[in-house]
Design a protein around this ligand. Sequence first.
Ligand code: PRX
Length: 646
Amino acid sequence: MSEGEVFPVPAAWAKRAKMNAQAYEAAVARVETDPDGYWTDVAGRLDWIAPFTQVKDTSFHKHPFHIRWYADGVLNVSVNCLDRHLDTRGDQVAIIWESDEGTPWDNLTYRQLHAETCRMANVLKARGVQKGDRVTIYLPMIPQAAVAMLACARIGAVHSVIFGGFSPDSIAGRIQDCDSRIVITADEGLRGGKTVPLKRNVDEALEQCPGVTDVIVVRRTRADVPMKAGRDAFYSDLKQGVADTCEPEPMNAEDPLFILYTSGSTGKPKGVLHTTGGYLVWAAHTHELVFDYKPGEVFWCTADVGWVTGHSYVVYGPLANAATTVMFEGVPNYPTNSRFWEVIDKHKVNTFYTAPTAIRALMRDGDEPVLKTSRKSLRLLGTVGEPINPEAWLWYHRVVGDGRCPIVDTYWQTETGACLASPLPGATALKPGSCAKPLPGIKFELVDAEGQVLHGATSGNLVITDSWPGQMRSVYGDHQRFFDTYFSTYAGKYFTGDGCRRDEDGYYWITGRVDDVINVSGHRLGTAEIESALVSNENVAEAAVVGFPHDIKGQGVYCFVTLKADVVPTDILQAELKGWVRREIGPFAAPDVVQFAPGLPKTRSGKIMRRILRKIAENDLSNLGDISTLADPSVVDDLVKNRIGS
Ligand code: PRX
């Protein structure tokens, strides 16, 4: 197989799929000629309490923080994900829970999930939670995480889910930013046989959050955890005798549904705000379109609900479509590196959706751990979160998918709610490493640094010229930051922050971030965040962090650190600083490399020249470019001499 090979749409797929090549072209054309009609039809998949009469009001020019979709419509997300399926699919499994240990596992039918959601909603109400209140959720991958999200949606509360890998400081920052006074957590998490001290992390975080009055603790491992009287309560106690029905709150389409914090190129993480109607329309529509989801199929997205992929493709998209969704608590290589494939066989998974980093790690172990499983139930594979190198794509296709399953390489962001671009299995020939074309209604453009629109086969910065229903509406509490981050670089256009190539067939190839955001194992990190963690250490005077290519993680974290004058650089201090970042942000942000540097390359005006640091970290030393404008060009010699090979 050559790298440039194209995989045509299998005939059977063109026949079975909801959207074939002609239908794709027709949809793209219809958005141009009849946008209101197209978007009205797309939204018709949901049950509306009061139908909308306005479709969109979305100028990126005038006031991008007044993006409105289906603005006068009224609906409830939990009703769309649960109640409306009860008559026909009440006894169908909604969530298959695959625990870290693998046994026992647990299935929740739609009826059970509905009852659990109502109970949790009633518990929240009893604790005083009202429409519009922010509820922080810091849970492992257990069904109660989905239940908690849906319970918030039921009563109109706004959830802010925090990934279980975040540190107490990161939790505290997020709680303070959205002024949340209630936290739902668990005693401990369990991943790959190791416990995660969730309640302890929350306790530590809450030392900085005096506004939190209630902590609800779900029992997972049943570990003995300290409980603060008057503040903490076990969910198992609170739900005793609580009704399993709860009247859903009628929500306006533009009422907030959730906040999800994500890293940017500057400052602290941003609270990406998504609203009710447009978000659910887009999550459900893309789940059906991209994965060609058909009723009765088993869908497994391996993402944690702490990230947007888990929100849209473990919980909201699949449940709105009455799917059976798999929720996996564990990791790909525990207890063995066949775990993913064994789970596929165990639960007869039809669609499997994961991150390139996991594929690369498993590929390293060879074919045998895959081939000893059947995987006959699989029909479609997907990837998300970072570019996939053709070698990993081809292995995924040939070995995992036995050469018969199309792969959808889905490109999107926390900000975009759900997929923006992807091949459609019944419509698009596949090119390994390309996310193919934008979905109907998504309008991509490539521009150069000055904003000139580039045509034909070319490379540039990826912008989007018109809104779609799942677009974020603002940065929570900071409209100006929303505008500055996304709409100020190129007037009237949403800037993704990604570089991209378009080939002669109009296929898009994302080349990675062009800002100071790095993508480590599919997790998005702001280099500024890691730098501010480093300089908060008493030994550090200054720090600059860049990404470098990493075989498994996609990008690794390379830190250049200048120590304070009297501090001696030692191996022990190097290890200590790695541990420091782990504790300050979370284990997934741990630096791969810490290089001590007596000075950083700066312009005469004091700006750090990251371009040079990136080249050094990448070991691309012949391309350092012009260093004559540096205040002190000699620092570069030292950086190069002491470069740490990775
Ligand atoms: O750089 C792109 C990369 O991940 C970024 C978004 O990260 P996050 O908000 O954490 O969301 C990840 C899951 C949707 C993007 O700006 N990215 C995401 N998917 C792809 C990708 N890069 C290349 N190919 C993809 N399929």
